[in-house]
Design a protein around this ligand. Sequence first.
Ligand SMILES: *Cc1c(COP(=O)(O)O)cnc(C)c1O
Length: 463
Amino acid sequence: MSRSAHPAGPRHADVLTEGHYTAPPTDLNVLDEKVWAKTVTRNDEGVATVGGIEVTRLAEEFGTPAYFLDEADFRARCRAWADAFGKDADVFYAGKAFLSRAVVKWLHEEGLNLDVCSGGELTTALEAGMPADRIAFHGNNKSQEEIERAVGAGVGRIVLDSFQEIVRVAHTAQRLGTRQRVQIRVTVGVEAHTHEFIATAHEDQKFGIPLAGGQAAEAVRRALRLDGIELIGIHSHIGSQIFDTSGFEVAAHRVVRLLAQIRDEHGVELPEIDLGGGLGIAYTSDDDPREPHDIAKALGEIVTRECEAAKLRTPRISVEPGRAIVGPTAFTLYEVGTIKPLDGLRTYVSVDGGMSDNIRTALYDAEYSVALVSRTSDAAPMLARVVGKHCESGDIVVKDAFLPADLAPGDLIAVPATGAYCRSMASNYNHVLRPPVVAVRDGEARVIVRRETEEDLLRLDVG
Ligand SMILES: *Cc1c(COP(=O)(O)O)cnc(C)c1O
């Protein structure tokens, strides 16, 4: 696990043994539609295109590294989620996956709601015209200033995450002469089938109020007594990059049990439950994510069944996909700089970005795919590791991948499924400049987040 592995210094050569990696694909030139954005394909010359534009042209115009986002795909995914959940449910896009003013506009136009979890995300959302009542405010330690801005702006809901916050939000709303709609985030003791660092609903963690020991029931008791807040529901988020709905099933069961307990104790039926986000996407051809329609059907059935058993009216459901909407829509384009074959091990391919534009491999041992996109090749596959330019041996973008053996400096390679948690987690490590995000649609490319410049760096450094 990366947490216990050397934060700096040489990594031991954890040489792959037979069976530790999947065999090379039969054709390295194929761009598997499962992992690439919808409009990505190769033209007759073998150059990959997105939205009808060759990556070679994009590299010339916008430079590398850069993220290219397929706007048509993003919008289609928004619509698929909205259609799947229909009128009796709400879809909130989790802004932390990737947020910009253009994205907020698309969400607005496609009828989605938006989760934010900081003052910065709230400002971006409001500035780009998202109506406040379609915004949910999250976070386990919202500052007093953030609470005042959220309440003052009139956000649709604040998701309360601690006993302190119940009082803070209630008092703030009262002082501002309003009544704030809130949900209480509970931890249901479910550990999603995913990496430890990104699983968030088992009880030994910082988010939410545990159902265990009656803590969540006590939080509800307190919230119902305060005039400044209107408790509209219970929130549960069980993790990330989840592929099956069994975790949600247990979570829904436990949340509904709490709703029944609230009815029995206080005589109120809370009208909403939020099941969070966390739906997985395909980072490699081995991943099999479920379609929004499937997920909506499964979650709807689970909640309906649990409520019937508890003799409760079925509450309005909301979900909060982040990765599942934006993740597959973008790829990162890099230029190959150096190539080092290490005999008997693998070939290190260095690109012009790295852990500053994709920290997920170092942070979560995340798996990615990679392809040569500026041309096709008939060369044999070579086992490669794609690494960045940072002063850190853990600076790995793609741990194990096959690339053609004739790969050369100057070739363009691309890593798909980098729309979520890459630009939004990007850093300036080594004073490397964060890459731009370029939206591509119908033959047109437009910068939506520009590349950082050295002037940007120096502006913060006041000397
Ligand atoms: C991170 C997060 C999400 C989104 O998770 P994805 O894995 O991107 O779908 C949704 N809700 C909450 C509360 C979160 O913290």
